[in-house]
Design a protein around this ligand. Structure first.
Ligand code: RP5
Length: 188
């Protein structure tokens, strides 16, 4: 199901440091991660976006992770593919919650990424979303922030109401058209 356009689209709050960082191991991950940026923007949550590779730029990754909390970040969303060590390594270097996004890899369709990110050892958690699901990573980050932000919680509730209305409308249309006509219209 396509996520509805959030009815509360707004300019992200610009006062103070961005509370969310969206980082990724390569710019080739950006198509997967941009939906996280977009849903955060729609919810009015500012974010910074970086390419930081656990393997190609490990020192920059360490500097980012070690300084993240002091710079005012509250949540890190980290996407990577293949030998996807970025989310776990960042999680090992900060107490901020880290949300991992497995990026669909060419060779193994992202199952390698998923296993690399989700199978963290006890003690260093990474909250892992489904392969390729940047949107859910952005929503989860917003839900964490909403614990201390009532206005953001209301925008998230409005988003959920939009999902509900979208499905109810589809059900009504399906019943009105019948399944064959509905399916034909979907292929149009
Ligand atoms: C990982 O290697 C990145 O997260 C990316 O998903 C994958 C491939 O990177 P590129 O070769 O496309 O730069 O580190």
């Amino acid at each position: 199901m396509t996520a509805p356009a959030a009815p509360m689209a707004r300019t992200p709050d610009s006062a103070g440091p961005a509370p969310v960082a969206v980082i990724m191991g390569s710019d080739s991950d950006l198509p997967t991660m941009q939906p996280a940026v977009e849903i955060l923007e729609r919810l009015g949550v500012a974010c910074e976006v970086r390419v930081l590779s656990a393997h190609r730029t490990p020192k920059e990754m360490v500097a980012f992770a070690e300084g993240a909390a002091a710079r005012g970040l509250k949540v890190v969303i980290a996407g990577a593919g293949g030998a996807a060590h970025l989310p776990g390594m960042v999680a090992s270097l900060t107490l901020l919650p880290v949300i991992g996004v497995p990026v669909a890899s060419r060779a193994l369709s992202g199952v390698d990424s998923l296993h690399s990110i989700v199978q963290m050892p006890a003690g260093i958690p990474v909250a892992t979303v489904a392969i390729g699901n940047g949107t859910n990573a952005g929503l989860l980050a917003a839900q964490i922030l909403a614990l201390a932000d009532g206005a953001l919680a209301e925008r998230l509730a409005a988003y959920r109401r939009g999902l509900h209305e979208q499905v109810v409308a589809k059900d009504g249309r399906l019943q009105a058209l019948g399944s064959a006509a509905y399916l034909a219209a979907m292929g149009a």
